[in-house]
Design a binder for this molecule. Structure first.
Ligand code: PLP
Length: 429
Protein backbone atom coordinates (compact mmCIF):
# COMPACT_ATOMS: atom_id res chain seq x y z
CA UNK A 1 0.00 0.00 0.00
CA UNK A 2 1.31 3.50 -0.79
CA UNK A 3 2.42 5.49 2.22
CA UNK A 4 -0.11 7.97 3.54
CA UNK A 5 2.78 10.39 3.81
CA UNK A 6 2.98 10.57 -0.01
CA UNK A 7 -0.72 11.25 -0.67
CA UNK A 8 -1.97 14.47 -2.25
CA UNK A 9 -4.46 16.59 -0.33
CA UNK A 10 -7.21 15.41 -2.62
CA UNK A 11 -6.37 11.76 -2.00
CA UNK A 12 -6.30 12.38 1.74
CA UNK A 13 -9.73 14.03 1.64
CA UNK A 14 -11.31 11.22 -0.32
CA UNK A 15 -9.84 8.58 2.00
CA UNK A 16 -11.13 10.47 5.03
CA UNK A 17 -14.64 10.55 3.54
CA UNK A 18 -14.57 6.80 2.92
CA UNK A 19 -13.20 5.99 6.38
CA UNK A 20 -15.76 8.24 8.06
CA UNK A 21 -18.53 6.26 6.41
CA UNK A 22 -16.99 3.00 7.65
CA UNK A 23 -16.61 4.55 11.09
CA UNK A 24 -20.33 5.38 11.26
CA UNK A 25 -21.21 1.83 10.21
CA UNK A 26 -19.11 0.36 13.02
CA UNK A 27 -20.75 2.76 15.45
CA UNK A 28 -24.11 1.24 14.60
CA UNK A 29 -22.84 -2.17 15.79
CA UNK A 30 -22.90 -0.76 19.33
CA UNK A 31 -19.75 -2.65 20.33
CA UNK A 32 -18.73 -3.04 23.98
CA UNK A 33 -15.20 -4.39 23.94
CA UNK A 34 -12.46 -3.97 26.49
CA UNK A 35 -8.76 -4.26 25.69
CA UNK A 36 -7.45 -2.14 28.52
CA UNK A 37 -5.68 -4.57 30.83
CA UNK A 38 -3.66 -7.76 30.52
CA UNK A 39 -6.14 -10.07 32.17
CA UNK A 40 -6.28 -13.81 31.47
CA UNK A 41 -9.57 -14.81 29.84
CA UNK A 42 -12.01 -17.28 31.40
CA UNK A 43 -10.69 -20.19 29.31
CA UNK A 44 -7.24 -19.59 30.78
CA UNK A 45 -8.61 -19.47 34.30
CA UNK A 46 -10.40 -22.75 33.57
CA UNK A 47 -7.08 -24.44 32.72
CA UNK A 48 -6.33 -24.67 36.43
CA UNK A 49 -9.74 -25.64 37.78
CA UNK A 50 -8.02 -28.53 39.51
CA UNK A 51 -6.64 -25.97 41.95
CA UNK A 52 -10.03 -26.10 43.69
CA UNK A 53 -9.75 -29.78 44.49
CA UNK A 54 -6.04 -30.58 44.60
CA UNK A 55 -5.94 -30.40 48.39
CA UNK A 56 -7.83 -33.08 50.32
CA UNK A 57 -9.27 -32.00 53.65
CA UNK A 58 -6.40 -33.73 55.46
CA UNK A 59 -3.69 -32.29 53.21
CA UNK A 60 -2.05 -29.41 55.02
CA UNK A 61 1.51 -30.49 55.79
CA UNK A 62 4.40 -29.05 53.81
CA UNK A 63 7.27 -31.37 52.98
CA UNK A 64 9.26 -30.29 56.06
CA UNK A 65 6.27 -31.04 58.29
CA UNK A 66 5.08 -27.43 58.62
CA UNK A 67 1.35 -27.22 59.33
CA UNK A 68 0.33 -24.77 56.61
CA UNK A 69 -2.87 -23.87 58.42
CA UNK A 70 -0.98 -22.19 61.21
CA UNK A 71 1.04 -19.01 61.75
CA UNK A 72 4.68 -18.65 60.78
CA UNK A 73 7.03 -19.38 57.91
CA UNK A 74 7.63 -15.80 56.80
CA UNK A 75 9.83 -16.93 53.90
CA UNK A 76 7.16 -19.24 52.44
CA UNK A 77 7.05 -23.03 52.21
CA UNK A 78 10.15 -24.64 50.80
CA UNK A 79 8.45 -26.41 47.89
CA UNK A 80 7.19 -23.08 46.51
CA UNK A 81 10.58 -21.44 47.03
CA UNK A 82 12.07 -24.30 45.04
CA UNK A 83 9.47 -23.99 42.30
CA UNK A 84 10.04 -20.25 41.84
CA UNK A 85 13.80 -20.87 42.00
CA UNK A 86 13.44 -23.28 39.07
CA UNK A 87 11.43 -20.71 37.12
CA UNK A 88 13.99 -17.98 37.81
CA UNK A 89 17.05 -20.26 37.56
CA UNK A 90 18.20 -19.42 41.04
CA UNK A 91 18.50 -21.18 44.42
CA UNK A 92 15.47 -21.84 46.66
CA UNK A 93 17.34 -20.15 49.52
CA UNK A 94 17.39 -16.92 47.48
CA UNK A 95 13.58 -16.81 47.22
CA UNK A 96 10.87 -15.60 49.60
CA UNK A 97 7.31 -16.54 48.69
CA UNK A 98 4.52 -14.26 49.85
CA UNK A 99 0.92 -13.40 48.99
CA UNK A 100 -0.85 -13.15 45.66
CA UNK A 101 0.66 -9.99 44.20
CA UNK A 102 4.22 -9.26 43.10
CA UNK A 103 3.20 -5.64 42.66
CA UNK A 104 2.43 -5.59 46.36
CA UNK A 105 5.91 -6.97 47.09
CA UNK A 106 7.50 -4.32 44.84
CA UNK A 107 5.62 -1.54 46.59
CA UNK A 108 6.51 -2.87 50.04
CA UNK A 109 10.16 -3.29 49.05
CA UNK A 110 10.40 0.32 47.93
CA UNK A 111 8.66 1.47 51.11
CA UNK A 112 11.24 -0.44 53.17
CA UNK A 113 14.10 1.13 51.19
CA UNK A 114 12.57 4.53 51.85
CA UNK A 115 12.19 3.92 55.57
CA UNK A 116 15.16 1.75 56.55
CA UNK A 117 18.85 1.73 55.57
CA UNK A 118 19.72 -0.96 53.06
CA UNK A 119 22.46 -3.47 53.98
CA UNK A 120 25.76 -1.71 54.63
CA UNK A 121 24.12 1.76 54.70
CA UNK A 122 23.48 4.14 57.56
CA UNK A 123 20.58 6.11 56.07
CA UNK A 124 17.35 5.10 54.41
CA UNK A 125 16.61 6.58 50.99
CA UNK A 126 14.16 9.10 52.43
CA UNK A 127 16.67 10.32 55.04
CA UNK A 128 19.10 11.52 52.38
CA UNK A 129 19.23 15.08 51.04
CA UNK A 130 17.50 16.00 47.80
CA UNK A 131 15.23 14.20 45.40
CA UNK A 132 15.02 10.46 44.78
CA UNK A 133 15.01 9.18 41.25
CA UNK A 134 14.27 5.95 39.40
CA UNK A 135 15.20 5.07 35.85
CA UNK A 136 12.16 4.03 33.87
CA UNK A 137 12.54 2.37 30.47
CA UNK A 138 9.79 3.62 28.15
CA UNK A 139 7.35 2.52 27.02
CA UNK A 140 6.89 0.76 30.34
CA UNK A 141 4.41 -0.64 32.85
CA UNK A 142 2.01 2.01 34.15
CA UNK A 143 1.79 0.52 37.62
CA UNK A 144 5.55 0.78 38.14
CA UNK A 145 5.24 4.46 37.34
CA UNK A 146 2.24 4.82 39.60
CA UNK A 147 4.24 3.45 42.55
CA UNK A 148 6.97 6.06 42.00
CA UNK A 149 4.41 8.81 41.49
CA UNK A 150 2.60 7.88 44.71
CA UNK A 151 5.82 7.83 46.72
CA UNK A 152 7.22 11.08 45.31
CA UNK A 153 10.06 9.43 43.37
CA UNK A 154 11.10 11.31 40.22
CA UNK A 155 11.24 9.25 37.05
CA UNK A 156 13.95 9.52 34.39
CA UNK A 157 12.95 7.87 31.14
CA UNK A 158 15.31 5.89 28.92
CA UNK A 159 14.25 4.37 25.61
CA UNK A 160 13.52 0.66 25.45
CA UNK A 161 15.13 -1.15 22.52
CA UNK A 162 14.96 -4.70 21.16
CA UNK A 163 17.97 -5.46 23.40
CA UNK A 164 16.48 -3.90 26.54
CA UNK A 165 16.95 -0.35 27.86
CA UNK A 166 19.42 1.96 26.12
CA UNK A 167 22.43 0.94 28.18
CA UNK A 168 24.78 3.75 27.13
CA UNK A 169 22.29 6.20 28.59
CA UNK A 170 21.57 4.09 31.68
CA UNK A 171 25.28 3.76 32.51
CA UNK A 172 25.84 7.48 32.03
CA UNK A 173 22.89 8.43 34.24
CA UNK A 174 23.55 6.07 37.17
CA UNK A 175 27.27 6.89 37.20
CA UNK A 176 26.63 10.62 37.46
CA UNK A 177 23.64 11.00 39.77
CA UNK A 178 23.62 9.69 43.36
CA UNK A 179 19.90 10.55 43.57
CA UNK A 180 19.18 7.63 41.22
CA UNK A 181 18.31 4.90 43.69
CA UNK A 182 16.51 2.45 41.49
CA UNK A 183 15.53 1.26 38.09
CA UNK A 184 12.48 -0.62 36.86
CA UNK A 185 12.84 -3.37 34.33
CA UNK A 186 10.67 -6.11 32.89
CA UNK A 187 13.51 -8.20 31.47
CA UNK A 188 11.53 -10.84 29.59
CA UNK A 189 8.70 -10.01 27.16
CA UNK A 190 8.57 -6.45 28.49
CA UNK A 191 5.31 -4.71 29.18
CA UNK A 192 4.29 -3.39 26.67
CA UNK A 193 6.81 -4.01 23.83
CA UNK A 194 7.49 -7.68 24.43
CA UNK A 195 11.27 -7.15 24.24
CA UNK A 196 13.69 -9.42 26.09
CA UNK A 197 16.97 -8.09 27.47
CA UNK A 198 20.03 -9.41 25.65
CA UNK A 199 22.84 -11.12 27.52
CA UNK A 200 25.01 -8.05 27.00
CA UNK A 201 22.34 -5.77 28.51
CA UNK A 202 22.01 -8.04 31.55
CA UNK A 203 25.77 -8.11 32.09
CA UNK A 204 26.04 -4.34 31.79
CA UNK A 205 23.19 -3.84 34.27
CA UNK A 206 24.89 -6.18 36.71
CA UNK A 207 28.31 -4.54 36.38
CA UNK A 208 27.57 -0.82 35.88
CA UNK A 209 29.02 1.69 38.33
CA UNK A 210 26.40 3.64 40.22
CA UNK A 211 26.97 6.91 42.07
CA UNK A 212 24.46 5.77 44.71
CA UNK A 213 25.88 2.96 46.86
CA UNK A 214 22.32 1.92 47.72
CA UNK A 215 21.07 1.65 44.13
CA UNK A 216 18.72 -1.28 43.38
CA UNK A 217 17.46 -2.85 40.19
CA UNK A 218 13.76 -3.79 40.38
CA UNK A 219 13.80 -6.80 38.08
CA UNK A 220 10.13 -7.58 37.46
CA UNK A 221 10.29 -11.00 35.84
CA UNK A 222 6.50 -11.20 35.45
CA UNK A 223 6.65 -13.08 32.12
CA UNK A 224 9.57 -15.48 32.66
CA UNK A 225 7.62 -18.54 31.46
CA UNK A 226 4.95 -16.85 29.35
CA UNK A 227 6.04 -17.91 25.87
CA UNK A 228 3.56 -17.57 23.02
CA UNK A 229 5.70 -19.52 20.55
CA UNK A 230 7.45 -22.14 22.67
CA UNK A 231 9.86 -23.00 19.85
CA UNK A 232 11.04 -19.37 19.92
CA UNK A 233 11.12 -19.01 23.70
CA UNK A 234 13.16 -16.11 25.04
CA UNK A 235 14.72 -15.55 28.45
CA UNK A 236 17.62 -14.11 30.35
CA UNK A 237 20.35 -15.57 32.51
CA UNK A 238 19.91 -15.56 36.30
CA UNK A 239 20.38 -11.91 37.21
CA UNK A 240 21.30 -12.72 40.84
CA UNK A 241 24.30 -14.75 39.67
CA UNK A 242 25.30 -12.11 37.13
CA UNK A 243 25.24 -9.40 39.82
CA UNK A 244 27.21 -11.60 42.24
CA UNK A 245 29.78 -12.40 39.55
CA UNK A 246 30.14 -8.69 38.79
CA UNK A 247 30.91 -7.98 42.46
CA UNK A 248 27.46 -6.41 43.03
CA UNK A 249 25.61 -9.18 44.90
CA UNK A 250 23.09 -6.80 46.47
CA UNK A 251 22.24 -4.91 43.30
CA UNK A 252 18.94 -6.58 42.47
CA UNK A 253 15.50 -7.42 43.82
CA UNK A 254 13.79 -9.87 41.47
CA UNK A 255 10.01 -10.39 41.44
CA UNK A 256 7.65 -12.91 39.90
CA UNK A 257 4.23 -14.39 40.52
CA UNK A 258 1.81 -17.06 39.41
CA UNK A 259 -0.81 -14.42 38.51
CA UNK A 260 -0.82 -15.39 34.83
CA UNK A 261 -0.02 -19.05 35.43
CA UNK A 262 -2.91 -19.90 37.78
CA UNK A 263 -5.30 -17.23 39.10
CA UNK A 264 -4.37 -13.56 39.54
CA UNK A 265 -6.68 -13.17 42.50
CA UNK A 266 -5.39 -16.15 44.46
CA UNK A 267 -1.89 -16.87 43.29
CA UNK A 268 1.50 -16.56 44.94
CA UNK A 269 4.27 -14.05 44.39
CA UNK A 270 7.96 -14.06 45.22
CA UNK A 271 10.99 -11.89 45.67
CA UNK A 272 14.47 -13.26 45.01
CA UNK A 273 17.58 -11.51 46.30
CA UNK A 274 21.01 -11.85 47.90
CA UNK A 275 21.30 -13.13 51.51
CA UNK A 276 21.83 -9.55 52.77
CA UNK A 277 18.83 -8.21 50.87
CA UNK A 278 16.64 -11.09 52.04
CA UNK A 279 17.71 -10.49 55.64
CA UNK A 280 16.72 -6.83 55.19
CA UNK A 281 13.31 -7.85 53.86
CA UNK A 282 12.79 -10.48 56.53
CA UNK A 283 13.64 -8.10 59.36
CA UNK A 284 11.08 -5.54 58.30
CA UNK A 285 8.48 -7.98 57.04
CA UNK A 286 8.51 -9.58 60.49
CA UNK A 287 6.97 -6.41 61.86
CA UNK A 288 4.29 -6.49 59.18
CA UNK A 289 2.97 -10.06 59.30
CA UNK A 290 3.43 -13.36 61.12
CA UNK A 291 3.42 -15.25 57.87
CA UNK A 292 1.83 -15.62 54.43
CA UNK A 293 -1.13 -17.74 53.34
CA UNK A 294 0.69 -21.07 53.27
CA UNK A 295 -2.43 -23.05 52.28
CA UNK A 296 -2.52 -21.16 48.97
CA UNK A 297 1.18 -21.88 48.62
CA UNK A 298 0.62 -25.58 49.34
CA UNK A 299 -2.22 -25.66 46.81
CA UNK A 300 0.15 -24.23 44.21
CA UNK A 301 2.94 -26.62 45.13
CA UNK A 302 0.58 -29.60 44.78
CA UNK A 303 -0.97 -28.41 41.53
CA UNK A 304 2.11 -27.02 39.77
CA UNK A 305 4.50 -29.70 41.12
CA UNK A 306 7.65 -28.89 39.10
CA UNK A 307 8.99 -26.82 36.24
CA UNK A 308 7.98 -29.44 33.67
CA UNK A 309 4.34 -29.27 34.85
CA UNK A 310 4.46 -25.48 34.67
CA UNK A 311 5.84 -25.65 31.12
CA UNK A 312 3.01 -27.97 30.11
CA UNK A 313 0.45 -25.63 31.66
CA UNK A 314 2.01 -22.66 29.88
CA UNK A 315 1.57 -24.52 26.58
CA UNK A 316 -2.14 -24.53 27.40
CA UNK A 317 -2.07 -20.78 27.99
CA UNK A 318 -0.12 -20.27 24.76
CA UNK A 319 -2.65 -22.33 22.80
CA UNK A 320 -5.37 -19.89 23.93
CA UNK A 321 -3.31 -16.71 23.62
CA UNK A 322 -1.42 -17.38 20.37
CA UNK A 323 -4.44 -17.24 18.03
CA UNK A 324 -5.32 -13.87 19.56
CA UNK A 325 -1.82 -12.49 19.08
CA UNK A 326 -1.71 -13.92 15.55
CA UNK A 327 -5.04 -12.25 14.82
CA UNK A 328 -3.72 -8.90 16.02
CA UNK A 329 -0.61 -9.31 13.86
CA UNK A 330 -2.62 -10.28 10.79
CA UNK A 331 -5.06 -7.41 11.21
CA UNK A 332 -2.33 -4.82 11.78
CA UNK A 333 -0.32 -6.05 8.77
CA UNK A 334 -3.30 -6.24 6.45
CA UNK A 335 -4.55 -2.77 7.36
CA UNK A 336 -1.42 -0.80 8.07
CA UNK A 337 1.67 -2.29 6.39
CA UNK A 338 3.35 0.25 4.16
CA UNK A 339 1.17 3.21 5.16
CA UNK A 340 4.00 4.84 7.10
CA UNK A 341 1.73 5.69 10.02
CA UNK A 342 2.23 2.80 12.45
CA UNK A 343 4.95 0.39 13.47
CA UNK A 344 5.08 -2.37 16.04
CA UNK A 345 7.08 -5.42 17.09
CA UNK A 346 5.50 -8.86 17.08
CA UNK A 347 5.95 -10.14 20.65
CA UNK A 348 6.98 -13.77 21.23
CA UNK A 349 5.55 -13.87 24.72
CA UNK A 350 3.97 -11.82 27.49
CA UNK A 351 0.61 -10.11 27.31
CA UNK A 352 0.82 -7.04 25.12
CA UNK A 353 1.26 -5.42 21.77
CA UNK A 354 2.81 -1.96 21.66
CA UNK A 355 1.88 0.23 18.71
CA UNK A 356 3.59 3.43 17.61
CA UNK A 357 1.05 5.42 15.63
CA UNK A 358 1.67 8.70 13.83
CA UNK A 359 3.11 11.07 16.47
CA UNK A 360 0.42 13.31 17.87
CA UNK A 361 -2.43 10.91 17.18
CA UNK A 362 -2.38 8.27 19.96
CA UNK A 363 -4.87 10.06 22.21
CA UNK A 364 -7.15 10.69 19.26
CA UNK A 365 -6.99 7.01 18.23
CA UNK A 366 -7.97 5.93 21.74
CA UNK A 367 -10.78 8.51 21.81
CA UNK A 368 -12.10 7.45 18.40
CA UNK A 369 -11.96 3.78 19.40
CA UNK A 370 -13.75 4.58 22.66
CA UNK A 371 -16.61 6.18 20.70
CA UNK A 372 -16.93 2.93 18.79
CA UNK A 373 -17.23 1.02 22.07
CA UNK A 374 -13.66 -0.33 21.98
CA UNK A 375 -11.94 0.59 25.20
CA UNK A 376 -8.14 0.77 25.00
CA UNK A 377 -5.51 1.52 27.66
CA UNK A 378 -5.44 5.33 27.82
CA UNK A 379 -2.78 6.77 25.54
CA UNK A 380 0.19 8.01 27.54
CA UNK A 381 -0.16 5.28 30.19
CA UNK A 382 3.10 3.71 29.10
CA UNK A 383 5.01 6.87 30.14
CA UNK A 384 5.52 8.32 33.64
CA UNK A 385 2.81 10.79 34.54
CA UNK A 386 0.79 9.44 31.59
CA UNK A 387 2.71 11.85 29.36
CA UNK A 388 4.02 10.27 26.19
CA UNK A 389 5.94 13.23 24.72
CA UNK A 390 5.27 12.03 21.16
CA UNK A 391 1.66 11.03 21.83
CA UNK A 392 2.42 7.96 19.75
CA UNK A 393 2.37 4.78 21.88
CA UNK A 394 -0.72 2.63 22.40
CA UNK A 395 -0.73 -0.60 24.40
CA UNK A 396 -3.04 -3.36 23.23
CA UNK A 397 -4.05 -6.14 25.59
CA UNK A 398 -5.51 -8.95 23.44
CA UNK A 399 -5.85 -11.66 26.11
CA UNK A 400 -9.30 -11.00 27.56
CA UNK A 401 -11.73 -10.63 24.60
CA UNK A 402 -12.87 -13.66 22.64
CA UNK A 403 -11.39 -14.16 19.16
CA UNK A 404 -14.59 -12.87 17.57
CA UNK A 405 -14.60 -9.77 19.78
CA UNK A 406 -10.92 -9.20 19.15
CA UNK A 407 -11.42 -9.38 15.39
CA UNK A 408 -14.08 -6.67 15.59
CA UNK A 409 -12.03 -4.58 17.99
CA UNK A 410 -8.90 -4.75 15.86
CA UNK A 411 -10.68 -3.72 12.65
CA UNK A 412 -12.07 -0.76 14.56
CA UNK A 413 -8.67 0.15 16.03
CA UNK A 414 -6.97 -0.01 12.63
CA UNK A 415 -9.66 2.22 11.15
CA UNK A 416 -9.17 4.73 13.96
CA UNK A 417 -5.39 4.71 13.45
CA UNK A 418 -5.89 5.50 9.76
CA UNK A 419 -8.57 8.12 10.31
CA UNK A 420 -6.60 9.96 13.01
CA UNK A 421 -3.47 9.92 10.84
CA UNK A 422 -5.26 11.20 7.74
CA UNK A 423 -7.02 13.94 9.65
CA UNK A 424 -3.69 15.04 11.11
CA UNK A 425 -2.04 14.97 7.69
CA UNK A 426 -4.91 17.09 6.39
CA UNK A 427 -4.34 19.53 9.24
CA UNK A 428 -7.82 18.78 10.53
CA UNK A 429 -7.16 17.61 14.09
N1 PLP B 1 4.49 -6.82 36.52
C1 PLP B 1 4.15 -6.68 35.23
C2 PLP B 1 5.19 -6.33 34.23
C3 PLP B 1 2.82 -6.86 34.84
O1 PLP B 1 2.51 -6.71 33.55
C4 PLP B 1 1.85 -7.18 35.80
C5 PLP B 1 0.44 -7.34 35.43
O2 PLP B 1 0.02 -7.04 34.35
C6 PLP B 1 2.26 -7.31 37.13
C7 PLP B 1 3.58 -7.13 37.46
C8 PLP B 1 1.27 -7.63 38.21
O3 PLP B 1 1.73 -8.73 38.90
P1 PLP B 1 0.97 -9.35 40.15
O4 PLP B 1 -0.33 -9.86 39.69
O5 PLP B 1 1.90 -10.42 40.62
O6 PLP B 1 0.83 -8.25 41.17
Amino acid sequence: MPSYLDLTNQEITSKITRLELEYEKIKELDLRLNMTRGKPCAAQLDLVRGMQTCLADDDYLAEDGTDCRNYGGLEGIFEMRRLFAQMLQTKPESVFVAGNSSLNLMYDTIIRCLLFPLPGQTRAWSRQEGPLRFICPVPGYDRHFYICETLGIEMLTVPMTEEGPDMDLVEELVAADPAIKGMWLVPVYSNPDGFTCSEDTCRRLAAMQTAAPDFRLFWDNAYAVHHLYPDQAQGTADILSLCAAAGQPDRVFEFASTSKITWPSSGVACVAASPANLAFIQKHMAAQTIGPDKMVQLRHARFLRDLETIKQLMLGHAAIMRPKFDLVQECLSRNLDGLGICHWHQPRGGYFYSLFVLPGTAREVVRLAGELGVELTPAGSTWPGKKDPSDSNIRLAPSFPTLAELAQAMEAVCLCIKLAALRQLAGRS
